[in-house]
Ligand binder design. Structure first.
Ligand code: ADP
Ligand code: MG
Length: 379
């Protein structure tokens, strides 16, 4: 079993010429936990992972692994001295080695007797369900099987840190879910600390102990998945982690201790049934117009005219999802999508819409400067 090491990155910056790929990133990962870094393409995820691995040098800042300084703007320890293993999107197996020898290769520096290394490789291949394919070459294995070999290779050396760069992106949807589960259980059982990057929010939430959200090279939020979902730091984080839609509103009161604040729709219309719409203020709300960012989980469809509805809407789409249906509903000028219900509402149905306050995130009106970031802005 591996002993997970602590990852401590401080003010990490990486420049490629004039391009700032990482901008003063502070990231702390506790030993034995799994941190997922989530962000759109180009946000700096791979750069950050390669800096942790030692494949890239930091331009400035410090990286400590297990309390030991391994990189700063001046010094740089190479990857092989950092006690880590990596899993890549494209598997990166040696084409001329069998699955067993690919895995055993990771034990090369351990100075084990050859038979010992082979036995451990075989054991690890069995744990990822590939014991019977150990003698196959990568070109004789499916994508999912190749990624299992890569996972076995990363786990067999029992390093303190595992790094994953979008390992599921090349796999089919059904395989992705099974492989995600295997990564979640095997990495946790290994005791290692893991840093895992993805652009897929569902994957991030399903896997992570903590989620870090990257945007333009900056870490805009770091916290448990529940916190990212319920208290996103910025509208960007909220949008990137799944919204039903956005509704323009006007703040109609002050927030209580529970951060709930009454809002009116804009243009101002009396709410259906004379009800009051409550939103959760993400920061101290100012009077005036604002945007309500609505999470799909808190939207409920009711019969037209139902006393508990907040809004009246019309169903514009119903998509079968196996466990029920996802609906799209038009409410005035806005629309809400991804609204789950066990029953199928028909296109064109008039419905009542009820919004749970915890799923209505109230942000102040957006200006480019209004997006708070953890790193200080620089000229
Ligand atoms: P992600 O993995 O989130 O898609 P990357 O870390 O690959 O993002 O890239 C972040 C930014 O840095 C991008 O704008 C990318 O074009 C740039 N970048 C990455 N590697 C290099 C490089 N070797 N030279 C120049 N720019 C690079
Ligand atoms: Mg990448």
């Amino acid at each position: 079993m591996a002993e997970g090491i602590e990852v401590d990155l401080q003010a990490a910056t990486k420049r490629y010429g004039a391009k700032v790929a990482l901008d003063e990133v502070d990231l702390h990962v506790l030993p034995g936990t799994l941190c997922v870094l989530l962000g759109p393409s180009g946000s700096g995820k791979t750069t950050l992972l390669r800096c942790l691995a030692g494949i890239e040098r930091l331009s400035s800042g410090q990286l400590r692994l297990g309390g030991r300084l391994v990189a700063d703007g001046a010094s740089h320890e190479p990857p092989e001295r950092r006690d880590l293993s990596m899993v890549f999107q494209d598997y990166a197996l040696w084409p001329h080695l069998s699955a067993a020898r690919n895995v055993a290769f990771a034990l090369g520096r351990r100075r084990l007797a050859r038979g010992d290394a082979a036995a451990r490789a075989q054991q690890m291949l069995e744990r990822v369900g590939l014991g019977h394919l150990a003698e196959r070459y990568p070109n004789e294995l499916s994508g999912g099987e190749q990624q299992r070999v890569a996972l076995a290779r990363a786990l067999v050396a029992e390093t303190g840190l595992l790094l994953f760069d979008e390992p599921l992106s090349n796999l089919d949807a059904d395989l992705r879910e099974r492989m995600r589960l295997e990564i979640a259980t095997l990495t946790r059982a290994s005791g290692a600390t893991s840093v895992y990057i993805t652009h897929d929010q569902a994957e991030a939430f399903a896997l992570a102990d903590t989620v870090g959200v990257l945007r333009d090279g900056r870490l805009v939020q770091l916290g448990p998945p529940e916190e990212i979902y319920l208290r996103p730091a910025t509208p960007f984080v909220a949008r990137f982690t799944g919204l039903a839609g956005e509704v323009p509103v006007r703040v109609a009161g002050t927030a209580g201790d529970d951060d709930l604040v009454p809002v009116d729709l804009v243009p101002v219309e009396p709410l259906a049934g004379g009800s009051t719409l409550l939103a959760t203020a993400m920061s101290a709300p100012e009077p005036g117009t604002a945007t309500l960012l609505v999470r799909p989980a808190g939207v409920q469809l009711l019969a037209a005219g139902h006393a508990e509805r907040h809004l009246d809407g019309v169903v514009v789409d119903a998509a079968y999802r196996g466990r029920g249906y996802d609906h799209a509903v038009c409410i005035g000028s806005a629309s809400l999508v991804g609204i789950h219900d066990q029953r199928r509402w028909a296109r064109g149905d008039r419905v009542g819409v009820r919004l749970n306050p915890s799923s209505c995130l109230l942000f102040p009106p957006e200006t480019p400067a209004a997006e708070p970031v953890l790193a200080p802005a620089r000229a």
